[in-house]
Write a protein that binds this ligand. Structure first.
Ligand SMILES: [Zn+2]
Length: 342
């Protein structure tokens, strides 16, 4: 991120709501930075170049929720663990069954607690790999090692399942994969699972290992590649029962056109769980992608009391919330590629 930006540690969730600004420190998991909000405006519609009737896919919330439960049933899934690998195999099979070409993108990271090297893998499922107009839909699939946001210190070494923070984005990508064969748009679509988003203990560790690796590879492959991604989304924490998705600040800064298209689609569909309002600034996997030149919006509801606690469980999540996001995302995909500028 650029040096002009100052990051804040939000002491607690009410701090987030009241826009308290502290500086310098990293909270955990996803970091937040509350911008001098006055300078930032939500982006609001009617300039979307592509119009016409929206065609959301018939996303099945019950099925998406079952995927979320299946993923959580594997247990905690931190980067480099056998459980993480099992999840990856499950998703690979599912992607293949739906006609995607699946590739592993391995890399090595270091566990900051044990100092051991960990083999990590981003999973890339490509829909129509021959197409040169491409979109990237992504989610992280590792879970934080411990629920270190628990108020009771004794629980901070407890079991962290990451139903919303981890499983929800993956489950929604799995459900979207079911609909790709029926879509009519001409995008090539890559569904990417990032590893190592949060192999972090308290404030010990580096975030976004997987998306950083992916971004580095993307830049390194620039010469051979015949195309660049035209847009990307990160789906993170999309299953809260009480879902409300505002416009994340880095997305507004880096990818305003995508934010406008997504929120316009939601508005046209009468989807009130998307709100045209400036939300918090969240450090997430969209930062490395944007910095590599891929315009990326983070679709996230950061207002989730169970965040990084033992309570981030399937019972806090809703298939209907995931379906709402899935319908908006697929309606946006179905707009198809805009005409190429000469
Ligand atoms: Zn997290």
């Amino acid at each position: 991120m650029s040096e002009k930006m100052q990051f804040s540690q939000i002491p607690n969730r009410s701090g987030l709501r009241t826009g308290l600004i502290a500086s310098g420190l990293i909270l955990s998991g996803i970091f937040i930075w509350i911008m001098d909000g006055k300078s930032m405006q939500p982006v609001n519609g009617q300039t979307t170049s592509r119009s016409g009737a929206l065609k959301p896919s018939a996303i099945d919330g019950g099925r998406a929720y079952q995927y979320l439960k299946d993923i959580c049933a594997i247990g905690p899934r931190p980067a480099g663990s056998a459980a993480n690998q099992r999840q990856r195999q499950m998703v690979s099979e599912h992607f293949r069954k739906n006609g995607l070409t699946v590739k592993d993108q391995p890399f090595t990271g270091v566990d900051p607690a044990s100092r051991e090297q960990k083999e990590m893998v981003n999973l890339i499922g490509s829909w129509k790999p021959e197409r040169t107009r491409r979109i990237l839909l992504s989610a992280h699939y590792d879970t934080r090692p411990f629920p270190d946001q628990e108020s009771d210190p004794a629980k901070r070494r407890g079991r962290f399942i990451g139903a919303n923070d981890g499983a929800s984005g993956v489950a929604l990508l799995m459900e979207i994969a079911n609909h790709l064969p029926k879509m009519e748009n001409e995008w090539g679509i890559d569904l990417v699972l990032f590893d190592g988003e949060e192999l972090v203990y308290g404030d010990n560790g580096d975030y976004f290992l997987g998306s950083r690796h992916f971004a580095r590879q993307y830049l390194a492959d620039k010469k051979e590649r015949k195309w660049n991604y035209e847009a990307a989304l990160v789906l993170d924490m999309v299953a809260d029962k009480d879902l409300l998705i505002t416009q994340e600040q880095y997305s507004l800064e880096y990818a305003p056109k995508i934010v406008r298209e997504i929120w316009d689609a939601a508005e046209k569909m009468g989807e009130r769980r998307f709100r045209k309002r400036v939300g918090p600034a969240v450090l997430d996997d969209h930062i490395p992608l944007n910095q590599a030149g891929i315009p990326t919006a983070d679709i996230i509801d950061f207002d989730y009391p169970a965040w990084h606690t033992m309570d981030d469980l399937p019972e806090r999540c809703s298939g209907e919330s995931m379906a709402a996001v899935g319908r908006v995302v697929t309606a946006w995909l179905e707009l198809g590629p805009p005409p190429k500028r000469r």
